[in-house]
Design a protein around this ligand. Structure first.
Ligand code: GLN
Length: 307
């Protein structure tokens, strides 16, 4: 069988199984099974596929046909231009969450300008994708500006397994950055097991969070990739999806310096109640940012007076 035939057949199997981007996934999995990069595979398409590659490919396609997410099979996902290891213990980083990371980076860059240290806390850190990308982007920016700032990143999560993944993701990306030229970065990270602020100490300039926010009853209505494979611990926001916002809004002011900011991801339908909660908790200058689909996705507020 030729590579091209194997790929076509696999795409058919995935389509039959209800996989949304069957053709794309069939190609990614063929890259994985063959070990080729895209351009090499393109040149080999009309050659015979070796038996062992075909067998490996079948195994991967069978997994995907059970609706196991592509990223768990490949073992990684790109986020903000960094590569993150993902396992079933962590939520797969979403592109929507880049809205959270981008705004946190923008804020941090401005706020860090006249400081010599800067502390970032990322709650419900999961794979560590927000903590890592915000910390490293801020570090890159301060090197580019010729500024020496001590950046301290804390990632917190209730799941010990998630914290293990987050630690790996930080070191892989930190090592890559520092060995590819950026020698002068002054950024440290620690990842701690903590139920929200439970084991968190100190104050921060920025707090980010992408907490679980799906309405509990609605989890069953999502795609099988999410419902059957992603950790419900990372999705379940309680009966109205708002459990974590309540707790975070109440506690966050005590962990922010004056002028410190809280940025959280949410679902469009939660925008008003979350913004309201933030106001009640003493946050000012509430801003809401939209994702690429035009949906309200991130809320930000500032604490003017330290609590
Ligand atoms: N955005 C995710 C989803 O729709 C949910 C993420 C979360 O609960 N934090 O699957």
């Amino acid at each position: 069988m030729l590579y091209s035939e194997a790929k076509k057949k696999a795409a058919g199997i995935l389509m039959e199984a209800g996989v949304e981007e069957a053709g794309v996934d069939a190609e990614y999995l063929l890259l994985q099974a063959s070990g080729y990069n895209r351009s090499t595979l393109f040149m080999k398409l009309f050659e015979e596929i070796p038996d062992e590659v075909l067998q490996k490919y079948h195994e991967l396609i069978d997994r995907r046909a059970t609706r196991e997410p592509l990223q768990y099979i490949l073992g990684n996902q790109d986020f903000m231009g960094y590569m993150f290891i993902v396992t079933p213990d962590v939520l797969i980083p979403r592109f929507d969450t880049e809205v959270l990371a981008e705004n946190a980076i923008k804020r941090a860059e401005t706020a860090a300008r006249d400081r010599d240290s800067f502390r970032i806390l990322d709650l419900c850190t999961g794979s560590g994708c927000v903590a890592t990308s915000v910390g490293l982007e801020l570090a890159k920016n301060s090197v580019a500006l010729g500024r020496k700032i001590n950046i301290e990143v804390t990632g917190a999560d209730i799941s010990e397994a998630a914290i293990d993944v987050a630690k790996k993701n930080w070191s892989v990306n930190y090592d890559e950055l520092t060995t590819t030229g950026l020698k002068d970065v002054l950024v440290n990270a620690r990842f701690i097991i903590s139920d929200l602020f439970g084991s968190v100490e100190g104050k921060f300039e920025i707090i980010t969070a992408n907490p679980p926010y799906i309405v509990r009853e609605e989890i069953q209505t999502l795609s099988p990739e999410i419902t059957e494979h992603e950790p419900h611990l990372a999705l379940d926001g309680g009966d109205d999806g708002m459990d974590f916002y309540r707790r975070i809004c109440m506690e966050a002011p005590r962990y922010l310096v004056s002028g410190g900011r809280l940025l959280m991801e949410f679902d469009d339908a939660e925008a008003e109640p979350v913004a309201e909660m933030m106001k009640e908790a003493g946050f000012e200058d509430i801003e809401i940012y939209r994702d690429l689909a035009g949906l309200r996705r991130v809320v930000e507020g500032v604490i003017r007076e330290e609590k």
